[in-house]
Write a protein that binds this ligand. Structure first.
Ligand code: ATP
Ligand code: MG
Length: 334
């Protein structure tokens, strides 16, 4: 039987270069080989955006457009909207019994995200327990492989623990998934911060116009120790060069820039100009495919409806098995 992929994104905004190198690229590469399900995680997005539910609908479309723009083929890939699969909520509740508070407390990504979000009205239980609902997302589709960025590794580990517990306690029906990291496990932000992330406002989006890309590149952080273009500069840990390494196909140009940067014979402006050109070359086909799909909203809607229908049917089959394994599929019902 064909192996399965499940992965997804929160519809908290359009997707950026970090999503591309961390996960989208692998999804596109593997879509012929794997039975692929991609979840637009709107319920998860609510856990830290519940005061603004109105932002979800627009962002679901934006994320779907980004998927189609990077080359995910809707004839092969099922794009599923999380809130339209209520079986996920049921599985989350069963899984909650299999996880201790202490385990959640130790989750390093969760800790970072809580700190970063600085919940002024207290930490919502929904946010705190999102690793459990994410485990339900992955397992209900019986995924073998989960292409994700590095920040998600603790979530996959948590999922594996839950699956092992479930299978031991009830019946061996769930699959222990494996994580797959992208070409770049964690792309830094334009501010030089550890991770490009929608919540941090340090992104270059896949749908950005050439003008926006230019602005974001020109304002990027470089080597803080370098004051004049004639000072020898650092290439390692410099986000401009990290992006050159990933997105500039002209390796000779990158090597030349690095050499001159180290010697202090090239200015930031030239390095950034060349990065802008490389990024623009990479983004141009994505941009035009995005515009093409954006002009056909009915078609995009159909893709979401169809993907969600197929995804829900699979989720319903799994939840039946889960109930049976847990001996809560009583004779009085169904
Ligand atoms: P938010 O700030 O709303 O959490 P985000 O930018 O972190 O948004 P998510 O929707 O949480 O994006 O992440 C979706 C997927 O993209 C995950 O697999 C995540 O690991 C990956 N990803 C996100 N940002 C990066 C990045 N900078 N580098 C590599 N992978 C990334
Ligand atoms: Mg995130």
């Amino acid at each position: 039987m064909q192996k399965r992929i499940l992965t997804g994104d929160r519809p908290t905004g359009p997707l950026h270069l970090g999503h591309y190198v961390g996960s989208l690229q692998n999804r596109v590469r593997l879509q012929d080989e794997y039975d692929t399900y991609i979840l637009i995680a709107d319920i998860q997005a609510l856990t830290d955006n519940f005061e603004h539910p109105e932002m979800l609908e627009t962002n679901i479309t934006q994320v779907a457009l980004d998927y189609l723009a990077v080359g995910l083929n809707p004839e092969k890939v099922k794009i599923v909207v999380q809130s339209m699969v209520p079986e996920l909520t049921e599985l989350t509740i069963y899984f909650m019994n299999l996880v201790t508070v202490a385990t959640l407390e130790r989750n390093p990504t969760l800790k970072d995200e809580i700190k970063q979000r600085n919940f002024t009205k207290g930490l919502p239980v929904g946010f705190y327990t999102y690793p459990i609902s994410q485990a339900a997302d992955i397992t209900i589709f019986k995924a073998d492989l989960v292409p994700v960025g590095e920040d998600q590794l603790p979530m996959i580990e948590q999922t594996r623990e839950i699956v092992r517990r479930f299978n031991r306690l009830y019946k061996k029906i769930l699959i222990e998934p494996r994580a797959m990291l992208g070409q770049m496990a964690r792309l830094p932000g334009t501010d030089g911060g550890a991770k490009m992330s929608k919540s941090l406002g340090n992104c270059i989006y896949l749908g950005d116009s050439p003008d926006q890309v230019r602005k974001r590149v020109m304002s990027m952080f470089t080597d803080p120790t370098r004051i004049h273009p004639t000072d020898p500069g650092h290439v390692e840990g410099n986000p401009v060069f990290t992006y050159h390494d990933v997105f500039n196909p002209d390796k000779a140009e990158v090597e030349d820039l690095k050499e001159r940067y180290r010697k202090g014979t090239v200015g930031d402006v030239e390095v950034k100009e060349k990065l802008f050109n490389a990024l623009n070359g990479f983004l141009e086909p994505i941009r035009s495919r995005r515009a093409e799909y954006a002009s056909k909203p009915e078609m995009v809607r159909e893709i979401l409806i169809e993907g969600t229908r197929t995804g829900r049917a699979l989720a319903q089959r799994t939840i039946e098995e889960v109930r049976e394994a847990m001996k809560i599929r009583y004779a009085i019902a169904r």
